[in-house]
Design a protein around this ligand. Structure first.
Ligand SMILES: O=P(O)(O)OC[C@H]1O[C@H](OP(=O)(O)OP(=O)(O)O)[C@H](O)[C@@H]1O
Ligand SMILES: O=c1cc[nH]c(=O)[nH]1
Ligand SMILES: [Mg+2]
Length: 221
């Protein structure tokens, strides 16, 4: 196995695969696209967060007192704008006390380099895991820059969760951030297209979420 794949978890659950297929369909409109992204974030988040620490507390149950686990730490969700915003509510549904930071980045269409326009983390973000989220990991430039911002602000327990992960992006993140585990719903081996898009994925996730572009159905694939 290629070493850089050792940091990657791809969720093979049929519900996740089904929703990914609908995301990829050019006929899926903006509202449904955004619902699918939210649902996928929740389903993936459940597994991604399985190492959250718990502590035992005593509570009064109807029949007797019991000692039972509750969360000992919360997590911080850090979406990469714009598209990552679509994943926030799905994760917040898992823990209403999760905090949210923001990283404003867009990929320059010519150079494919990330351009930063905003960065804000909650002051106490370093207390629990940070999940940086974005539907697409293509060249990996945006995720690399976002993770570096989070590290530079003093956080170390970082995970990256995306829906579509390319081989190029997974390799880059492994080289730049070997400590960061990557969780994805779909993995695309091989190169990107000339514009840096994942051939088999959903096109520009941010545009499809925001309804800022329309994809015409292709007649012959
Ligand atoms: O791995 P990379 O090659 O950096 O590409 C992935 C980035 O591109 C997309 O965002 P985009 O720049 O289109 O911004 P948007 O979310 O505002 O549309 C996507 O949501 C990622 O942030
Ligand atoms: O495949 C890609 C590449 C960049 N941005 C996306 O949303 N998808
Ligand atoms: Mg975009």
């Amino acid at each position: 196995m290629k070493e850089y794949l050792s940091n990657l978890t791809v969720f093979s659950h049929p519900l996740i695969q089904h929703k990914v297929s609908h995301l990829c369909d050019v006929n899926t409109g903006s509202k449904e696209f955004s619902e699918l992204v939210k649902e996928l974030a929740m389903l993936m988040g459940y597994e991604t967060l399985k190492e959250l620490k718990t502590k035992n507390v005593e509570i009064q149950a109807p029949l007797q007192k019991i000692t039972t686990p509750v969360l000992a730490e919360d997590f911080t969700i850090v979406p990469i704008l714009r598209a990552g915003l679509g994943m926030v509510d799905g994760l917040r549904a898992l823990s209403p006390t999760a905090k949210v930071g923001h990283i404003g980045l867009y990929r320059d269409e010519e150079t494919l380099q990330p351009q930063t326009y905003y960065f804000k983390l909650p002051v106490d973000a370093s207390g629990g895991p940070i999940i940086v989220v974005d539907p697409a990991l293509a060249t990996g430039g945006s995720a690399d820059a976002a993770i570096q911002f989070v590290k530079d602000s003093g956080c170390s327990n970082i995970k990256f969760m995306c829906i579509f992960a390319s081989e190029v992006g997974v390799k880059l993140l492994y080289e730049k951030h070997p400590d960061v585990k990557v969780y994805a719903a779909n993995y695309a081996p091989g190169p990107l297209n000339e514009q840096g898009y994942i051939y088999t994925a959903a096109g520009d996730a941010g545009d499809r979420l925001c309804g800022t572009v329309s994809y015409k159905p292709q007649k012959n694939g």
